[in-house]
Design a protein around this ligand. Structure first.
Ligand SMILES: O=C(O)CCC(=O)C(=O)O
Ligand SMILES: [Fe+2]
Length: 372
């Protein structure tokens, strides 16, 4: 079986010339060339990690639920309902995405972040677009810079994976396209199945018109997000990706064997690590996103999470963001409203585009704009 412990992650930024670092357009997109923290990357004390993960890598223990997708349907319905309600984040195993595909995606993603700066600069995220290399759009809500690099591709149905990655392959031989497209497709299929079972747990019956609409509309589109976190000597003073919720319905994430993901339990005030599982290196982490919070009428909360960086190990996360089509109407499912306390809808119907506009203005308070 191919190993998921890919070749050691080499910090691409270490090959970056100092001259390029002083080019402001380069620093807008990429991590600085040394692991010593420039002032702009130092975060206010209250936003810093409380502790840095032990570089001891994967763990065999976690508080976060682990869902076995090979369980029978009724067990799966029950376990997913519990996981969504109690945490809003869970691991899935036996999900059907082959270990070899995960391994290949990680290898290619690492190759992509290791390209020479002059090649990377050919695929920068331009204003108004999400595609290519760029800091996460949430960076505008924070004064300090994130210690991370991101590369985004729009997936199904109007995939830009081929166009975006071909900019990185001037010789016309696109070595990224096939494997990223295959992963996008495989992850979205898993998200579709998860949503079907989650909807059943909310009381939507198989064959209902509502089941058809919600499932048809809610994970119709996908984006593939690659995140690279270089090691940092002063990891305790910076942040890879600060606290946020995903605007998705569901997010699927593969983090390899280097820890860094943390979540804020809906009713606790402290951060809980989501460590890579040593016994299940092909497991994926699933986040409940903002749209599932609405569809479930607030029963399932969009999980607040963040990524912290390590002192000696680089970290790579492969993220499939699954979300509705632009003109889909998002509203609490009738079944979820029916079983809510008080039996009333907490959110007004809205279009995905309207939500995205609110998110880019109000960030984590965006959903308040759509409360009844
Ligand atoms: O790298 C991680 O573990 C988190 C990534 C993430 O939250 C995101 O891309 O939205
Ligand atoms: Fe996220």
């Amino acid at each position: 079986m191919p190993s998921l412990v890919a070749s050691p992650l080499v910090a691409p930024s270490q090959s970056t010339s100092k001259a390029l670092f002083h080019d402001t357009s380069y620093t807008r997109y990429f991590t600085p060339p040394s692991s010593i923290l420039p002032d702009a990357y130092i975060w206010p004390e209250q936003d810093r990690p409380s502790s840095i993960p032990d570089d001891n890598e994967a763990s065999s223990r976690t508080e976060i639920p682990i869902i076995d997708m090979a369980d029978d349907e009724q067990t799966l319905i029950r376990n997913l309902a519990n996981a969504c309600e109690s945490w809003g984040v869970f691991y899935i195993v036996n999900h059907g995405v082959p270990a070899e595909l995960l391994n290949n995606v990680r290898e290619k993603a690492l190759e992509l972040f290791s390209l020479p700066p002059s090649t990377k600069m050919r695929a920068l995220r331009r204003d108004g677009s999400f595609e290519g290399f760029g800091k996460a759009p949430i960076s505008k809500f924070f004064d300090s810079l994130m210690w991370s690099e991101g590369f985004t591709m729009m997936g199904y149905p109007t995939s830009s994976i081929s166009d975006t990655t071909s900019k990185l392959c001037p010789d016309g031989n696109n070595k990224f396209r096939g494997v990223f497209e295959e992963f996008d497709c495989a992850a979205r299929r898993v998200a579709g199945r998860l949503l079907r079972v989650i909807m059943a747990g909310l009381g939507v019956r198989h064959g209902d018109e509502e089941q058809h609409d919600v499932e048809k509309e809610s994970v119709t589109r996908s984006a593939l997000q690659l995140n690279y976190y270089a090691p940092c000597d002063q990891a305790h003073m910076t942040m890879g990706l600060p606290a946020h919720t995903d605007s998705t319905c569901l997010t699927l994430l593969h983090q390899g064997l280097v820890p860094g993901l943390e979540v804020l339990h809906p009713s606790r005030c402290s951060w809980t690590p989501v460590p890579p599982l040593s016994a299940a290196p092909s497991s994926l982490v699933v986040h409940v996103g903002d749209m599932l919070q609405v569809i479930s009428n607030g029963k399932y909360k969009s999980i607040v999470h963040r990524a912290i960086v390590n002192k000696t190990k680089a970290r790579l996360s492969i993220v499939s963001l699954c979300f509705p089509s632009s003109n889909a109407t998002i509203a609490p499912s009738e079944a979820a409203v029916g079983t809510s306390k008080g039996g009333r809808s907490l959110y007004k119907p809205f279009k995905w585009e309207e939500f995205m506009q609110a998110k880019s203005k109000y960030f984590m308070a965006a959903l308040d704009n759509f409360r009844c």
